[in-house]
Write a protein of this length. Structure first.
Length: 313
């Protein structure tokens, strides 16, 4: 699975001589960065299109609740993976059909044109309890001067299919919790009326449930660093220019320069350029290619920093 990289901190430099201190010696430049690692669920959504689907079983409250959960779930994923842009389609299925299978999710995935599909099955509710009306200190009106809280225990199952995952399998997640919805009144209405009113107001509490359930699919950030090698002294301009491009996050520009530098017959300099190419490939999400270039670097002239990069690969 490919890791992606994002930078949240200003670049800091730590200069260390890799060999003896002398003119035209290779020098290490260490960049501080945040490393984005896969979510706790193990599912990576970066760069993929996503659809969220829920089962509409025909029960108005069940459908309203799971629709609100789906909405909150999609919003949280959009905030993390799509810069808060509305990019995840939300769909519903007919409750009379059984969609809990890999083949069914594949069909849904094809219909929605997405890379990954999340499918919420119908929720299961335990007994709901309603508190007695409590008088508000500053009610907006006499009709809404009391409030009752409806506690809604529930359990729900979420199924995921990622068409880009080599495992090619449907994954299942489940959870149970409670949410609370409120009903406002004049303090004289029947409990059954207040329960129905609270159920109708479940959309916002349901969205909060959905946002919370999305956390396990968000990436985990870890403090990390990456080392770039450059030369000073005579004929050092290309090395410096590549370093400046890298610290400006212009990895493709830096890569072009390092590719030219890798053509030298000097084994040490060629190894350093190949190592830097491996770094650039890694930062661009091309881990397999990065590993190949690191192998070339190790074969030409082993570098002490190579092992740290290999751990990331």
């Amino acid at each position: 699975m490919k890791n992606s990289i994002s930078f949240l901190f200003p670049v800091t430099a730590a200069v260390a001589v890799l060999s003896c201190i002398a003119s035209c010696s290779p020098i290490a430049y260490t960049m501080r960065l945040d490393l984005k690692t896969p979510s706790k669920s193990g599912i990576e959504l970066g760069g993929k299109s996503v659809a969220v689907v829920y089962n509409d079983n025909g029960n108005s409250f069940d459908s309203l609740f799971i629709a609100s959960v789906s909405e909150g779930f999609a919003e949280q994923l959009e905030k993390e993976y799509f810069s808060d842009r509305r990019a995840i389609g939300i769909f519903k299925t007919d409750g009379e059909a059984d969609y809990v299978s890999k083949d069914s999710l594949v069909n849904i995935l094809v219909d929605t044109g997405s890379d990954v599909v999340f499918y919420y099955d119908s929720p299961v509710f335990d007994e709901m309890t309603l508190t007695s009306p409590s008088k508000l200190a500053n009610p907006s009106s006499s009709d809404s001067s009391y409030v009752s809280a409806l506690t809604i225990p529930f359990s729900v199952k979420l199924y995921v299919y990622d068409s880009m995952d080599k495992a090619d399998e449907m994954r299942e997640f489940s959870g149970s919790s409670t949410c609370i919805s409120y009903a406002y009144s004049d303090g004289e209405e029947l409990e059954s009326v207040l329960k129905d009113r609270a159920k109708i107001s479940v959309f916002e509490p349901g969205k909060a449930v959905g946002k919370k359930s999305a956390y396990q699919f968000l990436p985990v950030w870890k403090d990390s660093s990456i080392t770039i090698i450059y030369y000073d002294g005579m004929d050092a301009n290309p090395w410096i220019n590549a370093l400046l491009a890298a610290t400006d996050y212009r990895w493709k520009d830096a890569l072009d320069i390092w590719m030219e530098l890798a053509g030298t017959k000097n084994l040490q300099k060629r190894s350093c350029a190949q190592y830097n190419i491996a770094v650039a490939c890694y930062m661009l999400g091309q881990k397999e290619l990065a590993s190949e270039w690191l192998d070339r670097s190790d074969a030409d002239f082993p570098l002490s920093v190579s092992s740290n990069l290999r751990k990331l690969l």
